[in-house]
Ligand binder design. Structure first.
Ligand code: KMH
Ligand code: ZN
Length: 280
């Protein structure tokens, strides 16, 4: 059955420098303003990376807690913290992200080349993330950068059971140099591979850089959901830098409406993902 569209905004990421992308929200105030405006447009989930006073990526525990609390105070968005961090972040700090008690956290399902870097996700680390999230009632979003990551997810669920909330949701992150390409055929292959996961598994898709539009269109037509934001895309169209995350969310909402799959409300999104109601 086709439903409305879950729209996730990933406003900041860990890769772009504020000096090169001035519109990137890096302070808590910038993040909150972005969050409120994206929620008003139709986003239901926010995927959060935070920055320090020098706008560098950080996993500082105090800042993470403050960010979760402030987002809950100012919005009804589902707060999903990145456990991926930056490629340089140690595993212990990435696991400690869960101590900030977000509604959701990302869980990347394997190691891959990430441009010139390596994004390390050892099996034992993935198991630790998955089981700690189960214990704490934090709902994972499994990040799938390549087809083999779905096989790893099947193995994870088979050995360690369903995630908190009982529902499996994955995000296809497409077009990273080192992962699957951001093409319709790759999305179809990933979609087909979901057959081996629990019935009812849902997916979002994210196309990095110029693959953002083809991936959005392919995902909508395959019954999938959308993740957009300046973590993934800093160019709106050829020669036009993205002006704000709102611009990207507005475009995604427009596409979803054209597909007659309007954005899910935050309450509907909580129901879909198995995230408890706000203020649990
Ligand atoms: N920054 C990337 C190395 C996630 O948030 O979980 C990892 C990433 C995935 O962004
Ligand atoms: Zn991320």
């Amino acid at each position: 059955m086709t439903t409305g569209t879950l729209i996730t905004v990933a406003p900041t990421g860990a890769e772009s420098a504020k000096a090169e992308v001035p519109a990137l929200p890096v302070t808590l105030d910038e993040l909150l303003l972005t969050a409120k405006e994206c929620e008003a447009l139709g986003a239901a989930v926010i995927h959060v990376h935070i920055r320090d006073d020098e706008a560098k990526p950080t996993l500082d525990q105090g800042r993470l807690r403050e960010t979760v609390a402030a987002l809950r105070e100012s919005t009804d968005l589902i707060v999903q913290l990145s456990s991926g961090g930056a490629v340089t972040d140690p595993e212990a700090d990435r696991l400690a992200v869960l101590d900030a008690e977000p509604d959701m956290a990302s869980c990347t399902m394997g190691t891959l080349n990430f441009g010139d870097d390596v994004f390390l996700n050892r099996w034992e680390f993935i198991v630790d993330l998955h089981t700690r999230m189960q214990e704490r009632g934090i709902v994972p979003e499994y990040e799938i950068f390549d087809l083999g990551h779905l096989t790893a997810l099947q193995r994870l669920l088979g050995k360690y059971g369903l995630p908190a909330g009982g529902h499996v949701h994955v995000d296809f992150v497409m077009g990273v140099p080192g992962g699957m390409p951001g093409t319709t055929s790759a999305l179809v292959a990933a979609h087909q591979a979901l057959r081996d996961l629990p019935e009812g598994t849902t997916f979002s898709a994210t196309g990095i850089g110029r693959s953002t539009i083809p991936v959005m269109l392919a995902s909508l037509s395959a019954g999938g959901h959308l993740r957009v934001g300046m973590e993934d895309t800093v160019t709106y169209a050829k020669g036009r830098p993205v002006e704000s995350n709102m611009q990207l969310v507005a475009r995604a909402v427009g596409f979803a409406q054209l597909a007659q799959r309007p954005p899910l409300t935050t309450a509907e999104a909580r129901g879909l993902l198995g995230v408890p109601a706000a203020g649990r």
